[in-house]
Design a protein around this ligand. Structure first.
Ligand code: GLU
Length: 461
């Protein structure tokens, strides 16, 4: 089995393209086959080197490694032209000298007669040769059906009468998409073409071309669209659509890959899959026929899962750029790991984790004014003043801190929570935070004293 991913580098890799790449990758891995990459850069105006690199980077980030070197389609246009001329030579394609206006008139006529607006085939049998402004068209069948058993959608058939005599070589001498795809897929030995269902209409045309070249068409599988929550086609309106935007928002590649796989594919009730595991389990039989709805909450849930299950040292390293983006000074690797351990249960993304790490890394935390009003009352301040004394030598372990807290609460005749909250506000700036012992262990004695002093001064000022 040889599958391929064939992106056009006219934009960044988006969610739909990444899912197509993933399914092709998985199918090849499952069958011990090859997964190859072809950059369809034939649209010279819209294709850029920057987008090509961006797509390759996104594939690498997701871990979708391809076999061999990527093939660039534009570099092969001479080969495509030769194949077109071969078809002309065999009488399977012909030169068409019609001007765009003439073609349009023919289309309108067909439409007026109640048919499809198709080219009327007037140059078909004229035996014309090349000429400036001439194009080459495929001599399609006039009747019969062209069908295939789609690996995802089941049997599909088109009437030949619905298909135009397809242009293979445009009047500007450029081979067309359908021609180039078929020539390359044959040349690369592609056995299975998995792509978005926006290509279903191209497939009968491509099957005809395979036959004309005397080649067996590959298996085709067309993946249903991905929709946003409002059931319209997924677009920028629904949030980030490019793969690397998810990278920048602090998602882990394994979470996105897991999520993309579940956009259409299932394996019982299982939700969590590593790429390796899917390589063994994947089958197009378990890909649904109906459109999948993109659900950001589920992606968040998966990302939170992977943030929790990945090595804290890995997460620390991944977190660094997100801290730097917030202009936060990086602590030692050891402290950063401790910070990660306190935040990974409460963060959905690396960016959210970086935001939550801010209070540790600033010289002083930003005190939430509303909480200050509630907690830095005369009573709260006296509690804080007691803490200041008690924490001159901070507790060495969790149990020691609990004892300290319980004793203080008893001494002041308040609940432990009431005794802890002013301290929490002083150390973190907010009223909900990781455990106080863990926070103090990370901050160290000096920072603890400094923060308590600042909170005492805050209320006074
Ligand atoms: N280059 C085409 C696209 O990006 C894909 C062609 C194909 O998969 O056959 O939509």
């Amino acid at each position: 089995m040889i599958t391929r991913f064939a992106p056009s580098p006219t934009g960044h890799l988006h969610i739909g393209g990444a899912r197509t790449a993933l399914f092709n990758y998985l199918l090849a891995k499952k069958e011990n086959g090859r997964f190859v990459l072809r950059i369809e850069d034939t649209d010279a105006l819209r294709s850029t080197e920057e987008y090509t690199q961006s797509i390759l980077n996104a594939m690498k980030w997701l871990g979708l490694s391809w076999d061999g070197e990527p093939i660039f389609q534009r570099a092969r246009s001479q080969f495509h032209r030769e194949k077109v001329l071969w078809l002309v030579e065999k009488g399977l394609a012909y030169w068409c000298h019609c001007k765009p206006e003439e073609i349009e008139i023919g289309r309108q006529k067909a439409l007026a007669e109640g048919g499809k607006p198709r080219y009327d085939g007037r140059c078909r049998e004229l035996g014309l040769g090349p000429a400036p402004g001439a194009a080459v068209r495929f001599k399609g069948p006039d009747f019969g059906q062209i069908g295939w058993t789609d690996l995802v959608k089941g049997p599909i058939a088109f009437d030949a009468s619905e298909l135009d005599d397809l242009v293979l070589l445009r009047s500007d001498d450029q081979p067309t998409y359908n021609l180039a795809v078929v020539v390359d897929d044959i040349d690369m030995g592609i056995t299975d073409v998995i792509r978005g269902d926006d290509h279903v209409n191209n497939t009968p045309r491509q099957i005809l071309l395979y036959r004309a070249f005397g080649a067996t068409p590959p298996n085709f599988g067309h993946l249903p669209m991905i929709l946003g929550a409002d059931k319209s086609r997924l677009s920028k309106r629904h949030g980030a659509t490019s793969v690397m935007a998810y990278h920048d928002l602090g998602y882990l590649p394994e979470a996105l890959v897991n999520y993309l796989a579940r956009l259409g594919w299932s394996h019982g009730d299982q939700e969590i899959f590593s790429l390796k595991e899917m390589e063994g389990l994947f089958s197009l039989k378990n890909v649904g026929k109906s459109a999948a709805v993109f659900n950001p909450e589920k992606l968040d849930w998966l990302n939170a899962h992977y943030l929790k299950s990945r090595e804290p040292s890995d997460v620390s390293n991944l977190l660094k750029p997100f801290l730097e983006k917030r202009a936060l000074a990086l602590p030692s690797p050891q402290i950063l790991e401790k910070i990660v351990l306190t935040l990974r249960e409460r963060s959905k993304t690396l960016d959210e984790m970086a935001a939550k790490a801010e209070f540790y890394l600033l010289d002083l935390p930003k005190i939430d004014p509303d909480s200050a009003k509630k907690l830095l009352t005369p009573q709260g301040l006296s509690i804080l003043a007691r803490w200041r004394e008690l924490l001159k030598s901070p507790p060495n372990d969790h149990g020691a801190f609990e004892n300290l807290l319980r004793n203080l609460a008893a001494e002041l005749a308040v609940k432990p929570g009431a005794a802890a909250q002013p301290l929490r506000l002083a150390l973190t700036g907010v009223t909900a935070s990781p455990g106080l012992y863990e926070v103090m262990d990370i901050l160290g004695p000096q920072a603890i004293q400094k923060r308590i002093d600042a909170a005492l001064a805050y209320a006074v000022g």
